[in-house]
Design a protein around this ligand. Sequence first.
Ligand SMILES: Nc1ncnc2c1ncn2[C@@H]1O[C@H](COP(=O)(O)OP(=O)(O)O)[C@@H](O)[C@H]1O
Ligand SMILES: [Mg+2]
Length: 329
Amino acid sequence: MTPLLAVKNLAVRAKMHGHEFDLVEDVAFSLQRGEILGLVGESGSGKSVTCRALLRLLPGANLSITSGEILFDGRDFAKMTETQIRNERGASVGMIFQNPASHLDPVMSIGDQVAESIVLHRGVSKAEAWSQTVDLLRQVGIPDPERRARNFAHEFSGGMKQRAMIAAALACDPQLLIADEPTTALDVTVQAQILRLLMDLRDKRGLSIILVTHDLGVVAQACDSIAVMYGGRIVERGPKRDVLKAPFHPYTSRLIACQPAHGLGAGLLPSIPGQPPSAGDMPSGCRFHPRCDLAQTSCRETVPGLKERVSGHLAACPITEAGITEARP
Ligand SMILES: Nc1ncnc2c1ncn2[C@@H]1O[C@H](COP(=O)(O)OP(=O)(O)O)[C@@H](O)[C@H]1O
Ligand SMILES: [Mg+2]
């Protein structure tokens, strides 16, 4: 089956104080229709830059896409003109963020904000847009939507704001939703409800979703597949079950070991010793080698590429590849 989205060799470069360095490099993955992909990694690993690059909405004028293809339904977003890509945003791909409040207009009713984007993209009358808005708000689980549509953002709880953002993102019936840490700012119960909603939308609409999270529990619950980022590169990807059960990259193993279910109880969670690298100051070779128990000299010298280890499950670690049984963490 041809995937809905196929990203190949994507790189994003920053220019700062006369220096140039890659924030994201060699990123490749694909997404089927109706698939939920979890993009995970510590803070600063390049998850948001990658997501924004897909829509060419880079978070800074000093950033640019320097290579790669972003094939969406056969069209290459990377090669489009500004006008063309603008038409794809919203219409083909919707996006939601960690902090719904900062993306909602405080002086416009929730309903007007959703209706505005319906009018813009669907070219319907205001009255029609309003009735579609109420319907959308109902679909994302906002109770009493006729009344709630007239509320302002401050009258919504955090979870309800995120639901409203999801409604706005769905206003133009996109095939793909990019959700960048959509539940990070919410408490655990609400987080589970929003995940449930995303999964329902996938089931009912066949929506594909890229779900960015630093929480492997979220991945375990909601995703079909997973891509693990470290230092601007994908170091492991594959079906969720395989990656979580039998990771091949030492970084993935460490991340899994740091999840609460595997920890020693509250407050005693192990964390990965050392700091993640910062963009512009990446270690040579494998970006993880300074923190890796298995690192050997070669890890300092060569940047490992992803290799398929078992069907559909790839990892970028020649050490565990060379001696899967002995060296595997
Ligand atoms: N405009 C920018 N200029 C320079 N570096 C940036 C810029 N935006 C983000 N970065 C850097 O890119 C790296 C990846 O950031 P990001 O994608 O936001 O990480 P994540 O979402 O995984 O936490 C970080 O090191 C961040 O500091
Ligand atoms: Mg981020």
